[in-house]
Design a protein around this ligand. Structure first.
Ligand code: KIV
Length: 255
């Protein structure tokens, strides 16, 4: 089994769509690993598993714990771990924390949210051999309103500038979250590295979704998500059947 490298991901630009999903545990990572190029241990874990209203309270230790579990299940995919809010406030803090994540989880790269403002941090990590994935557009760690970005000309220009700035700083790929389709297309054409969209159109070089959303687990998936299963329904029915079997003494079956 050949492990997917950062070079493999870069090489897919303009050739093959890049496939990514989030995972927070070994069990899920084992499944995703068979099919996806990238597994993201996203700080969305705070909202998906811990009931937080945004990602701001997710800690570095929480990310490390979930990334360790994911690593156990991921043998082939590239594993990228989100650096949580306030863990990369300057290049020294960022390096200390990212180094800890890389060392304790054995992941392949970290992801940072932001554009022009964090280029010195990105450059410092890369100079110190920590591969970085970028994240622009809607930035869950700093946004107050979860709405599509890039509607005004000013915002459009800023997001494009951010994309070029972090690409020039050395990130190997960029997640583009919730921007207008036309903007995602322009960014994808103007950077030499792959763009990975979430609610950002088919014009990106790849796609990512939160796995719970696309599997129909929980009830907080954004509108743009295509549901490939309704696991809520399947799991409810299974639990109900089990409970009925126990109550009716059909399980365990001693015969
Ligand atoms: O935290 C996360 O899961 C993410 C994806 C939504 C891209 O950053």
């Amino acid at each position: 089994m050949k492990k997917i490298s950062i070079q493999t991901i870069r090489g897919k630009k303009n050739k093959q769509p890049i496939t990514c999903l989030t995972s927070y545990s070994k069990t899920i990572a084992e499944i995703v690993d068979k099919y996806c190029d990238i597994i993201l241990v996203g700080d969305s874990v705070g909202m998906v598993l811990y009931g937080m209203k945004n990602t701001k309270k997710v800690t570095l230790n929480t990310m490390i714990a979930h990334a360790k579990s994911v690593r156990l299940g991921a043998k082939r995919s590239l594993v990228v771990v989100d650096m949580p809010y306030k863990t990369y406030t300057n290049k020294f803090v960022a390096y200390k924390n990212a180094k800890k994540v890389m060392k304790l989880t054995n992941c392949d790269a970290v992801k940072l949210e932001g554009g022009e403002k964090i280029t010195n941090i990105i450059k410092h990590l890369i100079k110190n051999k920590i591969p970085v994935m970028g994240h622009i557009g809607l930035l869950p760690q700093s946004t107050k309103k979860f709405k599509v970005k890039g509607r005004s000309l000013i915002e459009k220009k800023k997001i494009l500038k951010d994309a070029i700035a972090i690409s020039d700083s050395g990130v190997f790929a960029i997640v583009i979250e919730c921007v207008l389709e036309s903007l995602a297309k322009i960014i994808t054409k103007n950077v030499p590295i792959p763009t990975i969209g979430i609610g950002a159109s088919k014009f990106c070089d790849g796609q990512i979704l939160v796995i719970d959303d696309m599997l129909g687990l929980g009830d907080s998936a954004p509108k743009f998500v295509k549901k490939y299963a309704n696991l809520n329904k399947v799991m409810k029915a299974s639990v109900k059947n089990y409970v009925n079997d126990v109550k009716e003494r059909r399980f365990p079956n001693l015969k």
